[in-house]
Design a protein. Structure first.
Length: 319
């Protein structure tokens, strides 16, 4: 009787195993398509989707834009040009070398997800600067911190020489605070429009006065230009330093939703509903802004809801 039952059940068991394998294979192919750069199908892991996510989160790229810059070919100065123009051309050649090498190594290297994250965060903060050394240091900062916490990433980017020069923090003084970075911090890097007031921008700009970077890209506080008073930021009283500003921002769940939406728009789909994005953002927020928690939650969504993300994004030129 048991043998007969076994013969009846066996085909269904085989079919179930086969369908499970097919589903896992499809999940991994979709994850690879979303999270990596053109991975050959024959190189994909045969593990289950959740294990594939874990493997991705353990990836670490060994690229360094600083090393790329040091390997740039020497610039040949043109005698018919002025010293200032030769300096600009030298910088342009260095930037071109770094960009081409970074692109090549991102695509042909073995740590696609890590480099794709660097590309995402580079777009997220959108720093544009024609100083090759500061630009390289900025990219390396993103590479070295994109698996940590968003709090730490935001802290370090704020003190980064490239950001300080890009958004004019080096011009901000207690007498004349510059609001450029404070405005971008709230509107583009954390909360989005409608979640703050002009007073919040003004008070943050006062707190961040005196932020400077020297010629080597090292951060320092110009104390004679610093406003040392405490202010109310986003309803939080007695805030007087960068740590307090970042804490006030991250207390708002709107920050997790904003960052998650931008991540999903880049990696998953621009068509996700607010409820779908919030389901990922809730895990991000409850993890105290762990970036790996954000990546894992997004990857899990791909596995559980493949129909919501497959074929939903136009490929960028880099992809």
């Amino acid at each position: 009787m048991l043998d007969k039952l076994g013969r009846l059940v066996r085909p269904f068991f085989i079919l179930f195993c086969y369908l499970s394998h097919v589903k896992d294979s499809q999940s991994i192919r979709l994850l690879a398509h979303k999270f990596e750069f053109g991975v050959p199908l024959n190189s994909l892991s045969q593990s289950a989707g959740d294990q594939y996510i874990t493997d991705l989160l353990l990836q670490r790229s060994e690229l360094s834009c600083g090393q790329m810059l040091s390997s740039a070919p020497a610039y040949t100065y043109q005698p018919e040009f002025s010293a200032a123009r030769n300096k600009l051309l030298n910088r342009a050649e260095d930037l071109k070398h770094v960009s081409e090498y970074w692109l090549l190594m991102s695509v042909v290297g073995e740590r696609h997800f890590h480099e794709k994250l660097v590309f995402f965060w580079h777009n997220f903060f959108g720093v544009r600067l024609y100083n090759p050394a500061f630009k390289c240091a900025h990219i390396d900062l993103l590479r070295n911190n994109c698996f940590g916490s968003f709090r730490e990433l935001l802290m370090k980017v704020t003190k980064d020489a490239a950001m300080i020069r890009f958004l004019n923090l080096q011009l901000s003084t207690a007498e004349r605070p510059n609001e450029n970075y404070a405005r971008e911090l709230l509107e583009l890097y954390s909360l989005g429009t409608g979640e703050y007031t002009e007073t919040d921008i003004q008070n943050i700009s006062r707190i961040l006065t005196g932020f400077r970077a020297n010629g080597d890209g090292e951060f320092y506080l110009a104390k004679r230009h610093q406003n040392k008073q405490a202010y109310t930021i986003l309803g939080k009283a007695e805030v007087k330093d960068l740590e307090g500003v970042i804490d006030a921002i991250l207390e708002k769940e709107a920050c997790a939703r904003f960052v998650t939406r931008r991540f999903c728009d880049f990696f998953l789909s621009t068509e996700l509903t607010n409820a779908e994005v919030n389901s990922i953002a809730n895990r991000f927020y409850s993890s105290d802004y762990s970036l790996t928690a954000l990546y894992r939650a997004a990857g899990t969504f791909i596995i559980e809801e493949p129909g919501r993300v497959a074929g939903r994004l136009y490929k960028s030129p880099l992809n």
